[in-house]
Design a binder for this molecule. Sequence first.
Ligand SMILES: [Zn+2]
Ligand SMILES: [Zn+2]
Length: 371
Amino acid sequence: MVTERDYYEILEIDRTADDAEIKRSFRRLAQRWHPDVNADAGSELRFKEINEAYQVLSDPTKKQAYDMFGRAGVDGAAGAGFAQGFGGLGDIFDAFFGGGAAGGRRTGRANTGSDLRYDLRITFAEAVLGSDKEIEFPVLDRCATCNGTGAKPGTSVTTCTQCEGRGEIRSVRQTMLGQMVNVQPCPRCHGEGRTVDTPCETCRGEGRLERRKKIRVTVPAGIDEGHQIRLSGEGEVGPHGGPAGSLYVAVHIQPHKTLKREGTELFLEREISIAQAALGTRVTIPTMEGDEQVEIKAGTQPGAEIRLRGKGVPHLRRANARGDLHVFVKVAVPTRLNKKQRELLEALAAASGESVTSGSGILDRVKDALG
Ligand SMILES: [Zn+2]
Ligand SMILES: [Zn+2]
């Protein structure tokens, strides 16, 4: 993978573009950005991006996975399919593509199955405290009849005679840019190096079948929104007995009613009255382990922070380390006062020698009375 950019954006096409448009756009951009014809510093990377995007969007299976799951649906797949052949492009491109400029990561494992992505929704508490979840999803799994070989039981899998098991055909050709080694997937065995004489009837020679799979996923305490849990070998198995890709479980966390989270820290706002701020009080704070009584000292200012150490979110990688729960004190100024409350506040202002505008005349009378 050479890029994080959106594949449609890279190819400058709409998500509704059809095969012909995808191909047309790819050819136009590839011709413009080919490093051998474009001397710009970034042309090689740009070209690889274009190529990677085309790898995915030109393959109906990968395109569907990308449309549904985004990058995670095709990670590892792009590049692996490099040797699939493009057909119809000029020599210059055949030579470049055939050379496998961006491939190689899966050399010898061209038939590894695709990675899958599963979106898992969990509660706030499950994320903070950890949990065990069972998930079920459709997956291409090994065919039990032929044990993944694709050959009918009793028949054999033979080494491809055209490529002698290498899966590729190499040739050297002259291009306008000089001599280039051209590597093409073997047309007889489609790059797998072996052929099946009599295909398995259950899987039609694919070696795999779609089924629903159930597995348990351990969600570690402290996992955060957007994190992915990688389960290697739980993705799709490859064709003809190829190894399985990974399953990426992408975690989505429901927000908490009152607690906000940033990494390992939890935040909470707690409103108290003017009198409580001035005189002190006790409030009930919801923590992940249940309600807790917290003392608010006399003279607490608006915006003051009370920190409950170790009541935050566990660190994912540091055992027994936890963040804090931060309580921010908000002092509510009353907007509606009954007669008694108003008199008391006016008396308070008067006692402090403060001038207030409320209930004109009353203050003066109080002042007089106190005079
Ligand atoms: Zn089979
Ligand atoms: Zn072959």
